[in-house]
Design a protein around this ligand. Structure first.
Ligand SMILES: Cc1ncc(COP(=O)(O)O)c(C=O)c1O
Length: 428
């Protein structure tokens, strides 16, 4: 059934879908239903969801408080051509929680959020170039579509990575705007940053490298970036679209390092499309349209801060107490430990990375600290394990990154470990 649906989809959509990131060979399954920790596919096969819409559904699928609130809002209208109170509620919640947020603006995606952090940084500093981490994913706008899932053979020496376009069709010269630094190698990154200090409007970094592998930053790396940015009139941007899952105030609270600007997305919309960017008052005020000359930085969007998303986000955030984060981290730690034990018993080299409710499985015998470490793993085994787990009733991202939710149970963890052992025994 999924195959037939995919073949039909390919008649209308290139590759049968609108998100390249969720394609896998031979063809992806179509999901028809989701509830709690489970998703059902078009063939009637139920699986336990261990990716939760690329980490978004931190409360699982269909959490009652969010769904009930959304139902109530449906009767009051989906959007208006005037401000709504729902966005003020979510703005207040976020400004109370996120250490770097004096002011916040909403968007419809993490892509728009990171785009705005970089635009604001350029406007604020008067400089144009920015530094990004090799392998870091920050959405789909041109500026950040550089050195993402890069082929290491094209990316230069690890100590001197060169910017590599991650797509055809980017604006000419886009790579000239980017300085690439390695993750978790403070000495090398600092040398590269210092060589480019005069030009750098911003440094953008994920405190936990997300979609490419769930690799947490070493604390001293973030401190080094903070110190460099402060000393060089460079705006430090944390992309917490994924890593906001780590603590009530995001990874910046966990690490105790406060950036100048932060991009958010995913969990803050309660499952509806969302993004947000915020930070220091003196930077965010560039967006204020009320001064006589108008706003310094342009920002619009028909669906920005629509009341449905804002309400879903507020209700979701209210569910996410400190205890919830602690419990999610403990449950995920159990899973990570179980995976390591199975691999040790079967003598399969593995590194299980992650922080809080985020985790990544890497089949390699060297520690995983950055993108090059991920790229040199056993990808053939990874691909076979993804399909193996799928066949055993577990859904992850195809590069074996995952995230638990409050709907994940101890039984789900046990089922994952059983499925993992079965699939691994079959593949080694
Ligand atoms: C770290 C990070 N930044 C930005 C984005 C882009 O967010 P969106 O897909 O909502 O545009 C993503 C999406 O996965 C992400 O993981």
């Amino acid at each position: 059934m999924s195959r037939a649906k995919w073949e039909e989809a390919c008649e209308y959509l290139p590759g049968g879908d609108s998100r390249n990131s969720i394609f896998w060979k031979p063809y992806p399954v179509f999901i028809t239903d989701a509830s709690g920790s489970r998703v059902m596919d078009a063939d009637g096969v139920q699986r336990i969801d261990f990716i939760n819409t690329m980490t978004t559904m931190i409360l699982g699928h269909g959490p009652a408080p969010v769904i009930n609130a959304v139902r109530r809002q449906l009767d009051k209208g989906l959007g208006y051509n005037a401000p709504n109170e729902r966005q003020v509620d979510l703005a207040r919640i976020l400004c109370d929680r996120v250490p770097s947020f004096d002011l916040v603006r909403f968007t419809n995606s993490g892509t728009e959020a990171t785009l705005n952090t970089l635009r604001a940084a350029r406007a604020f500093t008067g400089k144009t170039r920015f530094a990004k981490v090799e392998g870091g994913y920050h959405g789909t706008h041109d500026g950040v579509t550089v050195s993402v899932r890069v082929d290491p053979s094209l990316a230069g020496d690890p100590d001197n990575p060169v910017p590599v376009p991650a797509s055809a069709g980017l604006v000419p010269g886009v790579t000239d705007q980017v300085t690439v630094i390695p993750f978790n190698d403070s000495a090398t990154a600092l040398r590269i940053l210092e060589d480019n200090a005069c030009d750098l409007a911003a440094i953008i970094v994920e405190p936990v490298m997300g979609s490419v592998g769930m690799v947490p930053a070493q604390p001293e790396y973030l401190t080094m970036l903070r110190d460099f940015a402060t000393a060089n009139n460079t705006v430090l941007i944390f992309d917490e679209v994924i890593s906001f899952r780590v603590a009530p105030g995001g990874s910046q609270e966990f690490y105790g390092v406060t950036p100048d600007m932060t991009a958010l997305g995913k969990i803050i919309g309660g499952g509806l499309p969302v993004g947000a960017f915020g930070g220091r008052r003196d930077i965010m005020e560039l967006y204020d349209p009320s001064p006589s000359g108008g706003p310094v930085v342009s920002h619009a969007g028909t669906f920005n801060a629509n009341p449905l998303t804002m309400l879903a986000g507020s209700v979701a955030m209210e569910q996410l107490t400190s205890d919830v984060y602690r419990n999610l981290a403990a449950l995920t730690e159990e899973l990570k430990q179980g995976l390591r034990e199975i691999c040790s018993t079967l003598e399969v080299p593995v590194q299980v990375t992650g922080l809080g409710s985020l985790f990544g499985i890497h089949f390699c015998d060297h520690p995983v600290n950055n993108y090059r470490d991920i790229a040199s793993g056993n990808h053939e085994l990874r691909d076979r394990m993804f399909l193996g787990l799928l066949n055993e009733g577990i859904l992850m991202a195809s590069n074996l990154v995952g995230a638990t939710s409050t709907a994940t149970t101890e039984d789900d963890i046990e089922a994952f470990l059983k499925a993992f052992r079965t699939a691994l025994e079959r593949n080694v």
